[in-house]
Ligand binder design. Structure first.
Ligand SMILES: [Ca+2]
Ligand SMILES: [Ca+2]
Ligand SMILES: [Ca+2]
Ligand SMILES: [Ca+2]
Length: 359
């Protein structure tokens, strides 16, 4: 059952794709190694704000230009395998196909002991208020606004101040005290069709009670939005190698260690001890000098537990994870893959976002 925590973590990770940082200024698309941008002053097929900012300039928007429309997510889907990953998320590099390596990572994680899927567990968490994700559109008019802003915030799940019926369409919820409410994604709504981004974002990640932030680059969102609902809004972005090494992998390792130490024979514990612990591959990048059974790849004994089952190195050098955690998107068109893509699909209903309290 603890697998649910990992599900929740990975889900929140996807979710956070939504807490958009103010501005990214990655102008790598203008450098002379770019193989996509033709600099003809028009945003052509295959060109986008990330790989061709000269031809496809970023839309600027304001959090105060328009009225606030507030939402709470009542459904969140993440891809559980590579096939689903082709239908959930966004096309980050403009090549016409959705980019979402999250599906490949999720396919590696064992199923919960009771057979429920990640998305089942996620839905339970949404329904019982363990996960609250809020959205906001700042719009001048409906159903179209050619310059608008979108935001997503983690909701407050600790004070218990949200109304019990917060998913009813007339409920109330609060923004988490850790949310950065200045973050936004700029774009447009045309006949209820939302298209915002790309921009840098931060992900709220909740891991065994520890909250942390992971940064996503070039995040975008698109889908159908109305004054009182969102349906099937796709959200996606990419993790840089640096953020992968400094944020995501340590978070994953810490969660896996926690689950394994609590229950070495549960589905996650078995997976860790059978497939990851002391199972380093010297063919993975940066792992040429590892030795199984010693140093960073030493074996952990549940009968005589000393320290942690896994190190960061055991994930990086795992033949399973090494491929799944490799960047898959060449965002700036220079021929080198820079970002590990993640995406989710969400639906939402109207909510009141209380200021300080829902009373
Ligand atoms: Ca062009
Ligand atoms: Ca793509
Ligand atoms: Ca180990
Ligand atoms: Ca690149």
């Amino acid at each position: 059952m603890r697998t649910k925590n990992l599900f929740g973590m990975l889900a929140l990770l996807g979710l956070a794709g939504w807490m958009f940082a103010a501005c990214s200024d990655d102008s790598a698309g203008t450098n002379n190694t770019n193989k996509v941008c033709n600099h003809n002053g028009q945003c052509d097929a295959g060109e986008n704000t990330a790989n061709c900012p000269d031809d496809c300039p970023k839309v600027q928007c304001s959090l105060t230009d328009g009225d606030n429309y507030n939402y709470i997510m009542n459904k969140i889907q993440i891809p559980l395998n590579g096939t689903e990953a082709k239908t959930i998320g966004v096309d980050l590099d403009g090549d016409g196909t959705i980019d979402n390596k999250l599906g490949q990572i999720m396919a590696l994680v064992p199923k919960a002991d009771d057979g429920t899927t990640v998305n089942d567990a996620l839905q339970t968490s949404i329904d019982n208020g363990t996960i609250i994700l809020l959205g906001r559109l700042i719009m001048n008019q409906w159903p179209s606004d050619d310059v608008m802003a979108a935001q997503i915030f983690p909701g407050d799940t600790t004070s218990g101040d949200a109304t019990a019926d917060d998913l009813s369409g007339t409920g109330c919820a609060l923004v988490s005290s850790t949310a950065d409410q200045s973050l936004k994604l700029c774009g447009m709504v045309a006949n209820n069709s939302l298209r915002v981004g790309p921009d840098s974002i931060q992900i709220a990640l909740s891991l065994s009670g520890v909250n942390m932030t992971i940064s996503l680059d070039q995040a975008q969102a698109e889908g159908t939005v109305h004054e009182d609902s969102w349906s099937d809004v796709q959200v996606g972005g990419g993790i840089t190698k640096e953020n992968l090494n400094n944020e995501l992998i340590p978070a994953l390792v810490s969660w896996l260690n926690d689950a394994t130490k609590k229950d070495p024979t549960g589905s996650v514990g078995k997976f860790v001890l059978d497939s990851l612990d002391a199972n380093c591959s010297t063919s993975a990048e940066g792992c040429e000098d590892v030795t199984n059974g010693s140093g960073d790849c030493k074996a952990w004994d549940p009968q005589n537990p000393v320290g942690d089952p896994l190190t960061d190195k055991e994930i990086k050098c795992s033949s399973l994870f090494a491929a799944a955690l490799k960047p898959d998107v060449d965002i700036d068109g220079d021929g080198t893959k820079d970002l590990l893509s993640l995406g989710i699909k969400v639906s939402a209903v109207k909510v009141t976002i209380g200021s300080g309290t829902c009373q």
